[in-house]
Design a protein around this ligand. Structure first.
Ligand code: 5GP
Ligand code: MN
Length: 325
């Protein structure tokens, strides 16, 4: 019987040289899935390049294989095939990848419902809590070895994308696979302490600035946090310090959607949305040309801070109160 992985397994058997890529602004699932797959292919004797346009966030640099990540394809020889993991849109793989001509067959492995099927082969499993879960299934079916290093990466992918097994995406399958990864060598406390208890001091200074911008709209159902480039400059920090801040907005009592507005250029903002109630924020993000999951989504938008806030709040209000009032 043909499984969803048949084509990918065929490529793995046939090819010798593979590129593995994920999205810009990479987080735990992007890096964990990327390195989990790359290390497993390497272990099977393949020639593998893991590639990310952006740096691996500091807190994830403990991940085995993170030192192997390449950030330029300019000199790269052609590949037999490329695996894209955790990425819903081709453009989110970055400009460097878009300009590269030697990708070979493109295999798109993802769990975003909003995935636009940009691959030659598309393995899209929206029920998966993380792309790491799909990589786990692929490795098992392909008979590739899950070493402790691979297990650590895939565990981090699932652990971070489920919000430490708090989100509704924490299905029995997610727990089962995480359990198996622990059996295969992932160390939950070592990983948790690296990911959640190892932040640079400047992240807390930045958080303190960010929290002072907290405001609520729509009778307390929407909470907003703002990060300006000035704030980042003040702490001499980069954008990856901001990962997770939006959860503070969502955590406010009565809030249905938490919003983080991060200034990323002159009159340009990266918006992160997190839903607590039934609002599907991926639909709101799509209206602005972005995407994501029902509970976590994002997009980029141009305008002054006030204009951007107004537009975003307006769409969110409609999504939250739509038809009800
Ligand atoms: P974050 O807010 O952490 O950047 O992203 C939350 C979720 O939304 C992730 O699943 C991410 O892949 C998706 N996402 C964030 N920004 C964008 C965007 O600009 N376009 C698309 N398509 N998805 C995004
Ligand atoms: Mn993911």
């Amino acid at each position: 019987m043909k499984s969803i992985f048949s084509d990918a397994i065929e490529e793995i058997k046939r090819g010798k040289r593979f590129l593995v890529v994920s999205h810009v602004n990479p987080e735990g699932d992007a890096v964990g899935s990327l390195l989990g797959l790359a290390l497993a292919l390497k272990e099977a004797g393949k020639d593998v390049v893991p590639y990310l346009e952006d740096p691996v966030p500091e807190v994830l640099r403990f991940l085995p294989g993170s030192e192997l990540v390449s950030h330029s394809l300019e000199e790269a020889e052609p590949f037999d095939a490329t695996f894209a993991v955790d990425c819903g849109q081709y453009e989110r793989l970055g400009k460097g990848f878009a300009q590269f001509r030697g990708q070979g067959r493109l295999i798109n492995i993802d769990h975003h419902k909003t995935n636009d099927h940009f691959g030659d082969v598309n393995i899209i499993v929206p029920e998966a809590s993380a792309a790491g879960e799909i990589v786990f299934d692929l490795l098992k079916e392909a008979g590739l070895k899950i070493t402790p290093e691979v297990a650590t990466n895939l565990y981090v992918a699932i652990h971070t994308d489920t919000g430490s097994f708090r989100y509704s995406s924490s299905t029995p399958d997610a727990f089962r696979k995480a359990g198996e990864l622990v059996r295969l060598g992932a160390d939950p406390w070592k990983i948790a302490s690296k990911v959640y208890e190892n932040y640079p001091l400047k992240r807390f200074r930045l958080l303190s600035d960010a929290l002072s911008t907290l405001e609520v709209k729509d009778e307390g159902k929407i909470a907003l946090l703002t990060i300006t480039q000035d704030m980042l400059r003040r702490v001499n920090g980069s954008k990856d310090l901001v990962d997770g801040f939006v959860n503070y907005a969502r955590a406010v009592e009565g809030v249905e959607v938490g919003v983080l507005l991060r200034e990323c250029g002159q009159d340009e903002y990266k918006i992160s949305l997190r839903a607590k109630g039934d609002v599907d924020v991926s639909k709101v993000a799509e209206k602005f040309g972005g995407g994501g999951h029902p509970h976590a989504a994002g997009f980029n938008i141009k305008g002054t801070l006030e204009e951007v806030k107004e537009k975003v709040v307006e769409e969110l209000k409609e999504a939250i109160d739509g038809g009800a009032g």
